[in-house]
Design a protein around this ligand. Structure first.
Ligand SMILES: [Zn+2]
Length: 394
């Protein structure tokens, strides 16, 4: 099967376009809620019906104003509802909920049919052209993107959504050919930490833009406080001042997430391009989170996401991805002679230097750990036991 990727790009909006997309979001919500309510009604009345009947019901009860909105939304709204019911029937999700304007993500899905997407020359603008199905007013039917689409392939689906008052399109693309395979041959071990985000065994380090993040986080806290002052309990509708602050808060929060994600994407792509074999430790953050002082920092670091990105990017770049055994003591071993600190001698979190009592090697703690992971990887590739086990026995 050909590989699927997804790419999210912001759409440049103007007033009319905004109104139009908001209407589409609203229509998606309307269809979903109407079918869900009808489903509940029929179940309670113990009527016999097929799930498809909900879609027929939706079409049969169409009102005059619905002729002005893209009818494609009706079909995809049914499909997504059907999918969530399927998940529920399998027991992996709860009963689908009603969509609320301010609480659920505003979105709608467009399933692309053949030859209905038209792009401009540099792939920064597109329009949907499929006649009656997705009627778009002539004037503003071009969607302008803030960056060109970065993959070559067939676009299967577009999910339009709104976040923090900005509009985005998420493209699901089926790639025409496999992505560029890495030509690198080296093995790299990666140690993840709080002080330095990622330390590689070749001594390269990657760090989150901590200063920028701190600045933004301070602002977020400020708005959070303000929101809590303005929040009135037991009221269905909050004051305009509250809503305005909330919008600002959301915007900032979105910015912070973007900064983090950008860092994660750049770093993982870099690593996948520069090395053939990638070795990471198996994280056990649950144990670490018990330490309350570190809990927030660890959650912010999103190591899990980092490792997951490395894993799937490795698959498409042709890398070998190795997760070290959860009990591999990468921080406690000396990468020169294999000495292992044990029991009360163990290296603590605050010890920044690894001083080996046996061979006298002195090294930065993170670099030492990364080098141990690299060793682990090369031994695995050679079909040998992970080093600490053999040394342990001898
Ligand atoms: Zn040593």
């Amino acid at each position: 099967m050909k590989e699927m990727v997804s790419h999210t790009i912001e759409i440049k909006m103007n007033k009319t376009m905004r109104r139009y997309l908001d209407m589409c979001f609203g229509y998606n919500r309307y269809c979903w809620n109407k079918m869900l309510a009808e489903n509940i009604r029929r179940q309670e009345a113990k009527e016999k019906y097929k799930f498809d009947d909900l879609s027929k019901y939706l079409n049969a009860t169409k009102e005059a104003w619905e002729f002005d909105v893209p009818s494609a939304i009706r079909a995809t709204s049914f499909n997504t509802l059907y999918k969530s019911f399927k998940r529920m029937w399998k027991g992996i999700a709860n009963y689908p909920k009603f969509k609320k304007k301010n609480k659920t993500q505003q979105s709608f899905l467009y399933t692309v049919e053949e030859r209905t997407l038209i792009w401009n020359d540099d792939y920064t603008k597109f329009k949907i052209n499929c006649g009656k199905n997705f009627k778009f007013p002539q004037k503003y039917r071009w969607f302008k993107l803030t960056e060109p689409i970065g993959f070559n392939g067939n676009i299967k689906e577009i999910c339009f959504f709104k976040k923090a008052d900005r509009y985005f399109a998420n493209f699901r693309i089926q790639l025409n050919q496999a992505r560029g395979q890495t030509t690198a041959t080296d093995i790299v071990g990666i140690d993840l930490g709080l002080k330095t985000y990622a330390t590689l065994s070749d001594e390269t380090t990657y760090n989150l833009p901590k200063k920028k993040l701190k600045k933004l986080e301070k602002k977020v806290m400020f708005y959070q406080k303000r929101m809590s002052h303005k929040y009135k309990e037991g009221q269905a509708r909050q004051s305009n001042k509250y809503l305005k602050t909330k919008a600002k808060f959301n915007k900032l929060w979105w910015k912070i997430t973007c900064l983090r994600k950008e860092f994660l994407h750049q770093t993982t792509t870099d690593i996948c391009r520069n090395f053939k074999t990638i070795v990471v430790e198996t994280l056990r953050p649950l144990n670490l989170i018990k330490n309350k002082k570190l809990a927030k920092q660890i959650q912010d670091a999103c190591w899990g996401m980092f490792v997951e990105m490395l894993r799937y990017k490795s698959a498409s770049h042709g890398n070998i991805f190795i997760k070290a055994d959860a009990f591999y003591p990468s921080t406690q071993l000396c990468n020169c002679c294999g000495h292992r600190f044990k029991g009360s001698n163990k290296l603590r979190l605050q010890d920044r230097i690894y001083k080996c009592p046996e061979c006298g090697n002195e090294e930065d703690r993170d670099i030492n750990a990364a080098k141990n992971l690299q060793l682990y990887g090369s031994r695995m590739l050679a079909g040998l036991q992970p080093s600490w086990r053999t040394w342990e026995n001898s």
